[in-house]
Design a protein. Sequence first.
Lengths: 153, 153
Amino acid sequence: MDKKVIQELIDRYVSVSFEVNKKAEALIKSQIEEDLTIDQHYIIGYIQKSEECTSSELAEAFEVNKSAITAIINRLADRGLIERTRDENDRRVVYLTLSEKGKELIQKTQEKVHLLVESFITQFDEAEITNFINTFEKLALILTNMKKEEVGE
Amino acid sequence: MDKKVIQELIDRYVSVSFEVNKKAEALIKSQIEEDLTIDQHYIIGYIQKSEECTSSELAEAFEVNKSAITAIINRLADRGLIERTRDENDRRVVYLTLSEKGKELIQKTQEKVHLLVESFITQFDEAEITNFINTFEKLALILTNMKKEEVGE
DNA sequence: GGTGAATAGTTTAACAGTTTAACTATTATT
DNA sequence: AATAATAGTTAAACTGTTAAACTATTCACC
């Protein structure tokens, strides 16, 4: 690729990804039920999808320290949205699950978020949005590998 | 579009955008100079690019309240990275500019971030990444319009 | 020209999220 | 049995955020 072209692509990428992130986050925030923060929403969503979720798994997925997760989980558990159960075989680990209240809450919120995403995805034609998401997924893979290299696995 | 296809695209989009955001943010964080946070980095970068930057403009761009901007600007001004100057014609407004120290810092950081973005952008062929960014920019436009509609402009 | 509304920015209090370091409890290694 | 490693928590310090009240200035318009 031409150096100039690359420079331009970089600038465009940096600026558009910033813009989309900010705007998308603001829109999601507007759809979230009750007094859930964005992070709480994502945490609950992750637990919902995950089989046997632990703090360590969350910390890795969200790229933060475990103590940051503890703080968030504490708040959600205090509100009765999340439950903790110890593993009987390895009593160090604590599994996180959603209470009924938590399940209901995330379901309602996910529906709204889905409608939101649908409303902009359907403004593209199928080929374009499919290509876009395909490349996006490739990018996710590349970033994962870059991180692994950095850590030196 | 088929309903099932749309559902699948939504799920893929939601999950891949979350993943890319987290990973990209972690990588950027690893490239940032000294003790700058991600938000501070973005704020300084925005001021650098902007002509006559004000707190209100930043608040709008970052989709937060003005008082959140005040807090960040205070910290950066305390560290001598940003300077405030009042508009002589309208003494309510305060222009934000980078000090020499601030300019040097952001330049060094931007270089690193550019190299980082370059390292993954160049793993795609030109057509694919160009299409990707084009669609991304369309998405930014759509989100901007959605917000305008919501606000009711 | 003076009064009330609008605008730009700040302050304060309260809270969420984050890191680092030290800690508890448990399990693995040797 | 002793030591190291792992899962998670706690505490202190900090950043970012909102909401509400505030200051200072400018605008609108009668």
